[in-house]
Design a protein around this ligand. Structure first.
Ligand SMILES: [Zn+2]
Length: 72
């Protein structure tokens, strides 16, 4: 089971607010105080504070965590 509030590098997420390019799906490149996200539509990379990320998150599309736990 996926733990809420846990995000990992490589996770793909959907945000409520679309990027100016129209894309809403992002890949997590770095987690911490700030999250680094890559827009899957245009490839642009942004830095967003964790609080803003969690507020703007709509859903996790794919999580590397579940893939790892399936292998173990
Ligand atoms: Zn974009």
């Amino acid at each position: 089971m996926k733990q809420p509030g846990k995000y990992f590098v490589g996770d793909q997420v959907r945000m409520k607010k679309p990027h100016p390019c129209g894309g809403t799906d992002w890949e997590i490149l770095r987690v911490g105080m700030d999250f680094r996200l890559k827009c899957l539509t245009c490839g642009r990379i942004i830095l967003i504070p964790r609080i803003k990320f969690e507020k703007g998150l709509k859903k996790v599309i794919s999580s590397v965590f579940t893939e790892y736990s399936a292998e173990v």
